[in-house]
Design a binder for this molecule. Sequence first.
Ligand code: NOJ
Length: 531
Amino acid sequence: MSDQGPWWRDAVIYQVYPRSFADSDGDGIGDIGGIRARLGHLSDLGVDAIWMSPWYPSPMADAGYDVADFRDIDPVFGSLAEAEALITEAHAAGIRMIVDIVPNHVSSRHEWFQRALADPEAEERELFWFRPGRGPDGGRMPTDWVGEFGGTTWTRTTNPDGTPGDWYLHLFTPEQPDLNWDHPRVRAEFADILRFWFERGVDGIRIDSAALLIKDPELPPVVDGRPHPFHDLDAVHDVYRAWRRIADGYPDRALIGEVWLPEADRFANYLRPDELHAAFNFDFLGCAWEPALMRECIDRTLDAHRAIGAPATWVLSNHDVTRHVTRYGREKTTFSFANNLDGSPVDLELGTRRARAAALLSLSLPGATYVYQGEELGLWENENIPVEQLQDPMWARRGHSRDGCRVPLPWDGDEPPFGFSTATPWLPQPPEWKDRTVHAQTGDPSSMLELYRAAIAARRAEPGLHTSAMAWLPASPGVLAYRRGPGFACVLNMSEVAVALPDHDQCLLTSSPLDGDLIPPDTAVWLRLAT
Ligand code: NOJ
């Protein structure tokens, strides 16, 4: 039925952030038992795959993106046996599983790093970036590189005799030492980790910080106009070519990269036919709610992917960025880490209305669509978490916390913890979410949840949405209208005035009620056209 090819080219992929999905053991933190108990929610939603944020043993210095052992599960989430049971149960429900691998760094509690720290002569030292400091007493960091969370990128060690030692590199927190990908042991280890999870039946790997792995060993300063010492070095592609060969040894597996790069051509390099299968579209995620910019972004995306035969992806939110109900309710609707808009006024009604329209946009463009847990419930960013409860390490370095998009899901009931747990959730839920629980929205045709359910079902059913092409249709200023196949069209009114519905056979879905034959502002419609 689909001309789009393998599943990863047009799947709806739901991101589970395990700490915040559902808690089964009453400690206030989500776990695998909670996911297994609530798998029905994902079947009802109709998603094709789950991407699981890290669930490995971790001191949780960066919410699990500091991995101490890639072949096990943190006890807070459960056990390897439970993970295997979840994979089996998801498959039985027709849902594929994608796990998150973090190759740029490990936890400082990882056994390799522990050995490297304990003995300056240990072989494991070479698996990281240990360097002497600058200056007569080695007291200055080897470089002045700024970390990905802001702040410095080197921490000094202490020698066994108590004297100050070398420094080690960490592009994120000191608890996340960077691996040396020039070392064959690092490459062999990750090849083995990929096989470990593929052997357990996982269908895909999400690759964290995929463009950062390789560093210029000369450690030059970051200078505008010169090659960057650790962003997107060409040699990183050898790693992904090797990974692709591993993935190709199993049927139907996919590699999906987290690649934040502004240049479309550099981004597209990761998606060449012998590298990754797909990568997240952060250009789309950060795009303002502005028709000309949105249309350009869609064209840019489709052009870049078409050139290399890779599927586009459509991403509105994830565990790192301000939830889009909040973003789209602000005066400035873009997103960037460097220029966050925390605390600026938000019109949640407007944001919700636009988020509904954005759902119909992202679910009807050609390619794969990602849904971040809670977006199907219309959750907004919790910007009122007391400072003493913030846990994100970015907060101390950048004055911006990602905790507000990581708040546990509301399932049922009239007050927190909304069925998430029997204990107090690890981050506070807004009491106003009583109208946004799964229970409250189920059966309410005007709810966000029922909109997502209906849209994902229609996406499966409509032949036009199984074609790989789209074509723009003529439309009034501020309106994006496109066709998929001969019989399907989406019209998104981003202008400030209502516009006429084009000719159609059937109106399949609207993100907000129509005004007679008019599409109100910030509304999208799915139409079946006469063919
Ligand atoms: C990207 C992940 O999405 C983010 O949550 C994490 O903090 C960094 N990579 C470091 O692993």
